[in-house]
Design a binder for this molecule. Sequence first.
Ligand SMILES: [Ca+2]
Ligand SMILES: [Ca+2]
Length: 92
Amino acid sequence: MALADYDRDGNVDLLVIQNDFAPVPTIGRFDGGLGALFRGEGRGGFSFLEGERSGVIIPGNARDVVATDVDLDGEVDWIVTRGNATTLLLTK
Ligand SMILES: [Ca+2]
Ligand SMILES: [Ca+2]
């Protein structure tokens, strides 16, 4: 997970990455998630934003995420690393 004010409304938002491809013989790997963005409501709660609205679609074995501003435009960008796959850069 990573926290940042993605939509710049003054409330911290939460990006969650998912999946785990570590072998679990009796269950199999966890690979059904695509990540999720939750908008901070300002009172400690969060509301889910569908991927089609947030643009967050992170397939694969997501391993780590960091919020930063790669292109220095003042907007939050997310860098997501994935096991055995390319690193993703999510920007607006
Ligand atoms: Ca926000
Ligand atoms: Ca940026």
